[in-house]
Design a protein around this ligand. Structure first.
Ligand SMILES: [Zn+2]
Ligand SMILES: [Zn+2]
Length: 118
């Protein structure tokens, strides 16, 4: 395989992952009212990017099309959801699962942060 082809393949792979992640967010935003399920704040327009999709079972690969595993949470409540008090005292603060997942390949989702709202 030529280097050129290889990098093209890698590019496509990254795009697939990015599309999948952006895809379920779009779908969740269509399914649910744009309200944080915890603090009940409403998000619209530019602020919509502060609303993120939480996976109720914490499994990002579990994306039923009816949205039964999703919950819309604002970035603050979402951080909270992933940070039990026992972890929070460790200092570094919560690392969101989206970021953890993206990190093995030198953060290909740098530009995606805004899109994902995190
Ligand atoms: Zn909230
Ligand atoms: Zn979550």
């Amino acid at each position: 395989m030529t280097t050129e082809k290889h990098s093209q393949l890698r590019h496509e792979l990254r795009r697939d992952v990015a599309e999948r992640q952006a895809g379920y967010r779009m779908r969740a935003l269509k399914l649910f009212p744009h309200i944080c399920a915890r603090c009940a704040r409403e998000f619209e327009g530019k602020r919509l990017k502060e609303l993120t999709v939480h996976h109720k079972d914490f499994n990002h690969d579990n994306n039923p099309q009816d949205g039964s595993n999703w919950e819309l949470l604002c970035i603050y409540c979402h951080d909270d959801e992933h940070a039990p008090d026992s972890l929070r005292s460790m200092g570094d603060g919560p690392v969101h699962e989206d970021l953890k997942k993206a990190s093995p390949i030198v953060n290909p989702f740098a530009g995606l942060d805004g899109l994902l709202g995190k």
